[in-house]
Design a protein around this ligand. Sequence first.
Ligand code: UD1
Length: 461
Amino acid sequence: MDMFFVEGGHPLHGSVRVDGSKNACLPIMAASLAINGEVVLQQVPQLRDIVTMRQLLQSIGATLDFRSDGAVQIDSRNVRSSVAPYELVRQMRAGVCVLGPLLTRFGHARVSLPGGCNIGHRPIDLHLRGLAALGADIRLEGGYIVAEARQLRGADVDLCGPHGPTVTGTCNVMMAAALAKGHTIIRSAAREPEVQDFAQFLNRAGARISGVGTSIVEIQGVEQLHNVCHTVIPDRIEAATLALAAAITRGNVMIHNAPTMDMTRVLNTLVEMGVTVDTTENTLHVRGSAPRFPRFLMAEPYPGLPTDCQAQFMALLSTVPGRSEITDRVFPERFMHAAELVRMGADIHIHGNTAMINGVTRLSAAPVMASDLRASAALVLAALAAEGRSEIRRVYHLDRGYHAFETKLNQLGAHIRRVNDECANGIPRPHSASRFAVAPTVDRPSIDGQTRFAAVDADPE
Ligand code: UD1
């Protein structure tokens, strides 16, 4: 397994470019299964999750051609199977996005329940509720979702869950409704830019979806979708992570291809903390005045502060004098990184879904362990600011969502070295959990919304 050595204390300077959005790309790739033809996607990020989705689509029968210019051609004409196997779906929760496309294409689908995660309660009841409202018969059989529908029909569906709307659930139901007979209304639809991009992709392919970006989406079903070429939006979470890296090192970084219009809450929060931020439509200039003002933050569904930036903000707020708080309303237990930040000298206490943070003057280097994708990013940020050399283990989590992250940061002046931890110093060191740690549990996704915990390590998102 790879790990990072990070020598802290070097302010980041220079310019960097953001890749395409992972969370937009994954459901779009899955939706190509519903198109009996060719799809060309541009600005596809080179990430491990994309490779996993590629393997999943190939296992179902699609042909994918990854070009050197970052475009991907997907041909689903020879898709004959409607089964998404456990071995692939378990690796990535977004694997469940093939459910809607396979059901519309074949009238039946057999999709493994998705993999677990380390960020709390993650059922899929809303996906299934939405598809059932469109007329699908759904049952669970041997760890698989089995869905059948001779003809999906438009319906009025409310996708509100206990923690707000569902992003991939909205995509699954939107996909099925696009090829259902009649008119569908999705209430409490997710409004995330990635969902908007998904709808735009489907509309380009001939779907009739309106109200996108609001919480009420209307879909007039069409008979079929046609060949389409689509450019995936840039990754607002990567852009935000880079902006926070500039801020935490008190650097001066120009971030290109940043979807600044989709980042209002993140950017306003940075400005409120005392960071200097200048934007154009697609560039973001973050300048290195030290953030001075602690904040009380709330991670919420879009247009709120993204839960996928919560960990990175926790790292930054750990270095801002005074008392801050972060509450996560989307994933109330997403605090695995807090314990590791404490190992680096941060002062953080978790109470329910809120982290109380007392800013310290300096973080100090420590050996730490990444528990999930955004937690890994937060640890890298903290290590960039810390005094001394940190060791970050299990950076495979990071590779799921950031392409060449350490290369990009090193080009900005960071000192990060990737090594294989078996070779780094013999037997990997045992790792002790801090008293602040949330138990290392992972939920078993369930259709009834009940959490089932098991102490295993697994990837989030
Ligand atoms: C997507 C993103 C992930 C992000 C999350 C929230 C992708 C591939 N992943 O995940 O990076 O952190 O949105 O912005 O796009 N819920 C239910 N029932 C369901 C589905 C969800 O109760 O059927 C709950 C979840 O437990 C969570 C909340 O709703 O508390 C939001 O989850 P959801 O939006 O579905 O997350 P994902 O789509 O899996």
